[in-house]
Design a protein. Structure first.
Length: 144
């Protein structure tokens, strides 16, 4: 397994024959940037702004799409700066944004599930027991 994320993309279908192209996986830097964009500004301790979670997830993954304007002209986002893509996403019909967000969230969940299935204990290593028994006296036992 490589230590680095390959810049692979995946095409996800949407309704009405439309599609989006998303990053197959986010890099550590892309995840950190996304988490930073979700933070509430000027709040201590740091908290997540729940209204930013969906748009930030879409911005982090979205690479391209087949969407067009009302006149049928392609609305290009590929290679555009994040602020331009964000403004374009904000102009979507709410239910269309929700469809894109849900497709990306399903994609992210599938990646997480696949990663969990691949995790195994390397040969020669001993895994920890799911339940470890501590001696009664450990940590000043409280049992009578």
């Amino acid at each position: 397994m490589s230590w680095f994320v390959r810049p692979d993309v995946v095409r996800l279908p949407l309704s009405d024959g439309q599609w989006i192209t998303v990053k197959k996986q986010l890099s550590a830097g892309e995840k950190h940037d996304a988490h930073a964009r979700m933070a509430q500004v000027g709040v201590e301790p740091m908290r997540v702004d729940v209204f930013k979670v969906g748009p930030v997830l879409v911005l982090a993954y979205l690479v391209d799409w087949s969407l067009t304007d009302d006149d049928g002209h392609p609305v290009s986002i590929k290679g555009e700066p994040l602020d331009v893509v964000e403004a374009t996403i904000r102009a979507l019909q709410p239910e269309r944004f929700d469809e894109i967000h849900e497709a990306i969230a399903r994609h992210e969940l599938a990646i997480a599930e696949a990663r969990l299935q691949k995790k195994t204990i390397p040969p020669g290593e001993i895994g920890s027991s799911p339940i470890s028994i501590s001696p009664v006296g450990a940590g000043g036992g409280t049992s009578g």
